[in-house]
Design a protein around this ligand. Sequence first.
Ligand code: PRP
Length: 198
Amino acid sequence: MPQSKKPGPQAAKAPRESVKILITGGRIQRRIQEIAKQIRKDFPDEPLHLVSVLKGGVFFLTDLARSISGEVSFDFIAVSSYGQNTHSSGQVRLTRDLDSSVEGKTVIVVEDILDTGMTLQYLLRLFEQRKPKHLRVAVLLDKPERRIADVRADYVGFSIPNEFVVGYGLDYAERYRNLRYVGILTLGSDTKKGASEK
Ligand code: PRP
């Protein structure tokens, strides 16, 4: 998947990591309110079924779900890639399926970040086969520069530059997910290049 999560040996010994705020928690929450209103405006009368991709999408899903008026349900799915090199060739696999069928439902796929687009491409193909009534995509962050697959989101929180970002669900080696904001992670000089390349 997107960002390279494995800290190199230098990072493990002397992390010297710092996080510079890119998007404050307040801006994230305000934008989520706007997206929630837009989604409800687009589907005024229907129950909405939000599907989030573990783990990064959980905070966006929970905040979005609580901001959309009317009937909302949600579910989770998990996918994995076969590694950085094979990821760009589309080797995404399902590791946890949904609990309930999406057939006939208005489904919103909720993702923290749209990066190469390989994950989303896989998910959209999977869900389309399952015959939802409508299928839409909401992403908090979009990195258009990184796109490989020809996919797009219907609702985008913020379009961001190609930097290694953490927070609000996004991790580096499983850390930083719990930050309320999104920040740019800087590692020590020896490891910075590898991280920003993702
Ligand atoms: C991230 C993110 C998306 C995917 C996007 O997940 O949550 O699912 O990568 O990347 P792509 O557009 O390049 O496919 P990740 O694999 O990092 O797992 P995580 O959510 O558990 O951190």
